[in-house]
Design a protein around this ligand. Structure first.
Ligand code: HEM
Length: 433
């Protein structure tokens, strides 16, 4: 196939503009160039619902690179085969599917309630570290139950390693080079794995596998048999961080919206009044009784998808929205612009949680809601994330009215490098009368 048609490009050196302000340039690209545009030779942006959905679903043409975050420690067996990947995915999903999450709401709710109990009132507080701590507690407990206390500090270290790795660097080091950040990452990964290994061995040898996520992973699958211990140990550092890293970015945006939209906050508070006084008594039915809170969480995720840009590479020359994409090209999938497209959502820049109540099927429309991705690599933890965030939101609004600090200083800075984040967000909690 010869070279055919190329998508449009922003007129004024779009890569320089991109480096300065990625969100604004993404919006300009979508507005001025259309559904697919060229950022620079060999780098395309899928900016609208249709092409985003298309790229994410066509995993053969646009595969996802293996996560470089916590690469397997033992490389002798090479990259996992598709069969091994399917086996590990099935094992994780036994613990993460919506029914599994719904059955454990009573374990999640106490930590979200503790977060609100511990929020210092009537003063400006930097929110994200506290939220992250609360969500890490929930995530690690969800994965490892009674083994969680010894693993929680190591999970925080894993997160720190991730932060260090994500710091922008002037150089792009070859993947094999052991930079200080990578050595730190490997040390933390080894420490975590060394602490987890005896837990796995003990559970296997006693036959008491546990009902938590680790226990689900250790159960043999009817189709594939047991998952080898080394695969369990290689998979869990990444999953452990995933339980609280992106959710805490999302929580920052949600709490900011509670502060900015007091009517929405009051509506959440009214729903939350029906939650049981003892958080441990909260059930899946209580969560189902918070439809407005769930819609608010979804609406914030629509406007501010923490994973606002997903990367894929074309394995062969192919077509996307009528354009030719060369083999080896990068395709950036942009849920952020897809979510702000008036063809998908009326008044797309407006914060309007009701839209999800008025049109309950909307989230399932192809490309309409991509905050958790879609297709074979869609988020495995979406149900857990929605449960944690809904409970955190409801319990916060039940206790407090939030506000941004007075004065000219912005309450946060938007960063986009490792995810869309309200960096440094400060808020004030005033107890509800
Ligand atoms: C608000 C919270 C969250 C958001 C916005 C989010 C978003 C996403 C997105 C967009 C993807 C797809 C990435 C891609 O296609 O390149 C993804 C994948 C993934 N997420 Fe989440 N996530 C969240 C919470 C969680 C939680 C709590 C877990 C816990 C287990 C989790 C585990 C994963 C895993 C394992 C994948 C990789 C799936 C694969 O590659 O096959 N996520 N997430």
């Amino acid at each position: 196939m010869g070279r055919t048609n190329e998508p449009p490009r922003l007129p004024d050196g779009s890569f320089a503009a991109w480096s300065r302000d990625r969100l604004a340039t993404a919006r300009r690209g979508a507005d001025e160039c259309g559904d697919v545009w060229l950022l620079e030779p060999g780098v395309y942006v899928a900016a609208a619902a249709g092409p985003c959905e298309d790229v994410l679903r066509r995993a053969q043409d646009f595969p996802k690179a293996p996560s470089p975050l916590f690469p397997p420690l033992k490389r002798s067996s090479g990259a996992p085969t598709p069969e091994e990947r399917a086996h590990a995915h099935a094992a994780r999903m036994r613990g993460l599917r919506p029914q599994a999450v719904a059955a454990r709401i009573g374990e999640i709710a106490p930590s979200t309630a503790r977060f609100t109990d511990q929020w210092p009132t009537d003063q400006d507080v930097e929110v994200l570290p506290q939220v992250r701590h609360a969500l890490a507690e929930i995530g690690v407990r969800y994965l490892y139950s009674e083994d969680a206390p010894s693993l929680l500090p190591l999970a925080s270290q894993l997160f720190m390693a991730r932060e260090v790795l994500a710091r922008p660097s002037r150089w792009v080091w070859p993947r094999w080079m052991p930079t200080p950040a990578r050595r730190f990452r490997t040390r933390q990964q080894v420490a975590f794995t060394d602490a987890l290994r005896p837990v796995v061995r003990r559970r296997r040898s006693t036959g008491r596998l546990g009902d938590d996520m680790l226990g689900q992973m250790l159960r043999p699958s009817p189709r594939y048999g047991p998952l080898p211990d080394e695969v369990v140990l290689d998979t869990l550092p990444g999953i452990t961080v995933a339980t609280f890293e992106t959710p805490s970015r999302a929580a920052g945006w949600i709490l900011l919206h509670l502060a900015r939209y007091p009517r929405a906050e009051s509506r959440v508070a009214a729903e939350a009044a029906l939650l049981p006084a003892d958080p441990a008594a909260t059930t899946g039915a209580h969560l189902d009784g918070l439809p407005y809170t769930q819609a608010l969480v979804r609406e914030v995720l629509r406007l501010h998808p923490p994973s606002w840009l997903l990367t894929r590479h074309a394995t062969r020359q192919t077509q996307l929205a009528g354009y030719t994409i060369d083999a080896g090209s990068t395709v950036l999938v942009c849920p952020y612009t897809a979510h702000r497209d008036a063809r998908q959502h009326a008044e797309p820049d407006r914060f309007q949680p009701e839209r999800w109540l008025d049109d309950p099927g909307a989230a399932a429309r192809p490309g309409a809601f991509l905050s958790f991705g879609t297709g074979p690599h869609g988020c495995e933890g979406a149900a857990l994330a929605m449960a944690m965030l809904t409970l955190l939101t409801a319990q916060t609004a039940r206790r407090y009215h939030l506000s941004e600090p007075p004065g000219p200083e912005p309450a946060y800075q938007v960063t986009t490098f490792e995810g869309l984040t309200t960096a440094g967000l400060r808020l004030r909690a005033t107890p509800r009368g």
